[in-house]
Design a protein around this ligand. Structure first.
Ligand code: HEC
Length: 120
């Protein structure tokens, strides 16, 4: 969204009175696809698990979300190299997992999404 300085300021001032809406970082455009299934709020799972704090987490360990067996037993940890491979080809990295997503084809999108996940 492009806003001019005055309306941007007014928007920011309005947000300050509603702190819950302020987020750590702006989501990159590529994250729009992930939002269909993932929230970035802790404890709020959708079709997929919440991605709050996912960076550095062991795969399939978030309490309260029912992961598929292959995912839970993958033994992966969500660091930069693992996320880079997984987000480009989820089914290739964890065959049989239930994330119905073909993968991000553009490496720049992968990098932007990982930088965003780190900020959560
Ligand atoms: C159609 C729904 C869907 C979309 C779209 C989707 N995901 Fe997922 N995601 C899931 C599901 C379901 C799982 C759990 C997989 C399992 O248990 O087999 C998952 C798991 C994950 C995990 C592992 C979480 C953990 O705690 O182990 C990460 C990281 C992740 N997704 C990131 C993303 C990102 C980033 C995008 C966008 C580029 C995305 N997902 C798009 C449904 C989706």
């Amino acid at each position: 969204m492009k806003v001019n300085w005055i309306s941007g300021f007014a928007f920011g001032a309005a947000l300050m009175s509603v702190p819950a809406l302020a987020s750590a970082a702006d989501a990159p455009p590529a994250f729009g696809m992930c939002k269909a299934c993932h929230s970035v709020e802790a404890g709020k799972n959708g079709v997929g698990p919440s991605l709050a704090g996912v960076y550095g987490r062991k795969a399939g360990t978030l309490a309260g979300f029912k992961f598929s067996d292959p995912h839970a037993k993958s033994g992966l940890t969500w660091d930069e190299p693992t996320l880079t491979k997984y987000l480009a080809d989820p089914k290739g990295v964890i065959p049989g997992n239930k994330m119905v997503f073909a993968g991000l084809k553009n490496p720049a999108d992968v990098a932007a999404v990982i930088a965003y996940l780190k900020s959560l």
